[in-house]
Design a protein around this ligand. Structure first.
Ligand code: NAD
Ligand code: UDP
Length: 316
């Protein structure tokens, strides 16, 4: 088995990835500055000699000996990445250079967790990997969107470099949800579940006709690992669930699944909020034999159970 570095390993997706890698018998180095991640997400492994937690900021260089690097360190929700937008850019630029630097020095395979946000407010639907995107370079999302775009650029350039090519992959992750999401990360699934469980108003931004395609976290982790294991496959490859849902439908489903009496209210739509988003996952199916297995209802039920347990709340 391998020695694997997971940057951002104490976060939502990263901690599920650490669980799966350890289960497979790997040695895991979880590197995280705990900005949006939490030790609670990984505490089950503290006594495991195959697990090591390193509190470190990826914008600072670090020397480590590893075989594989999953680079996930970066706040993912709009509320978090806009909190300190310049830091978000530094994390994507300097953090990605530092992680690629390790990969180059020790000849590790490197996987970048990029995002569907590189497509911006897409003019092509569904989004294929060949689409270049429609991103506002000076908008409120730009620190993240453009940060990830330059992280992709860095990754392909380390891959193509004449002297010492790095074995890299890029995955473009579409909206992912599941247990361990933060209650207050402002993302739509966490907001609607917390609001439903507390009996508060469900805040649909705009008419709720905008769409997203929601992937359950276990499926995402399987996709990340499949990409890592396909050594030499550089991507980029879309990972996400191709079933598209409007935000209003999502709100109604969560109200139904929680048995909540919460009312749906409408709030202003944030600037540059993408109208439609759905991955074309043909490439992932063909190259990785991967596709999501969990339907939205089943995934939401598991997520609601987790939120309910953590909140210790009565259903509203
Ligand atoms: P998250 O915020 O839960 O996890 C990010 C982790 O990175 C956190 O543990 C955080 O503390 C850590 N981190 C942030 N800045 C850091 C820094 N400078 N140094 C070290 N650690 C740092 O988010 P997530 O949903 O688990 O997302 C993981 C990755 O997947 C991110 O790169 C994100 O951009 C990408 N992604 C996620 C989604 C999604 O829907 N969840 C969608 C697209 C892309
Ligand atoms: N959204 C909403 N109510 C909320 C939070 C989000 O209607 O309380 C909408 C948001 O405007 C967007 C969609 O849900 O259209 C997904 O938002 P999220 O922040 O989860 O992810 P992203 O926009 O980055 O895909």
């Amino acid at each position: 088995m391998a020695r694997v570095l997971v940057s951002g390993g104490a976060g939502f997706i990263g901690s599920h990835l650490c669980d799966a890698l350890l289960k497979q018998g790997n040695e895991v180095l979880c590197l995280d500055n705990l900005f949006t991640g939490s030790k609670r997400n990984i505490q089950a492994h503290f006594a495991n000699p195959d697990f090591e937690f390193i509190r470190h900021d990826v914008t600072q260089p670090i020397l480590l000996e590893v075989d594989k690097i999953y680079h996930l360190a970066c706040p993912a929700s709009p509320v978090d990445y806009q909190y300190n937008s310049v830091k978000t850019i530094k994390t994507n630029v300097m953090g990605t250079i530092n992680m690629l630097g390790i990969a180059k020095r020790v000849k590790a395979r490197f996987l970048l967790a990029s995002t569907s946000e590189v497509y911006g407010d897409p003019l092509q639907h569904p989004q294929k990997e060949s689409y270049w995107g429609n991103v506002n370079p000076i908008g409120p999302r730009s620190c993240y969107d453009e940060g990830k775009r330059v992280a992709e650029t860095l990754t392909v350039n380390y891959h193509n470099e004449a002297h010492g090519k790095v074995n890299t992959g890029i995955v473009r992750i579409f909206n992912t949800y599941g247990p361990r999401m933060l209650f207050d990360d402002g993302r739509v699934v966490s907001n609607f579940i917390v609001q439903s469980l507390k009996g508060e108003e469900i805040t649909v931004y705009g008419e709720g006709s905008q769409t997203r395609s929601f992937c359950y976290v276990d499926d995402m982790v399987a996709g990340l690992m499949a990409t890592m294991e396909k050594s030499g496959f550089s991507g980029p490859v879309n990972l996400g669930n191709p079933v598209e849902t409007t935000i209003l439908e999502l709100a109604k489903l969560i109200v139904e699944l929680t048995g909540s009496r919460s009312k749906i209210v409408h709030k202003p739509l944030p600037q540059d909020d993408p109208t439609r988003r759905r991955p074309d996952i043909t490439l992932a199916q063909n190259e990785l034999g991967w596709q999501p297995k969990t339907d939205l209802k089943t995934g939401l039920q598991k997520t609601i159970e987790d939120f309910s347990r953590r909140m210790g709340a009565k259903r509203g």
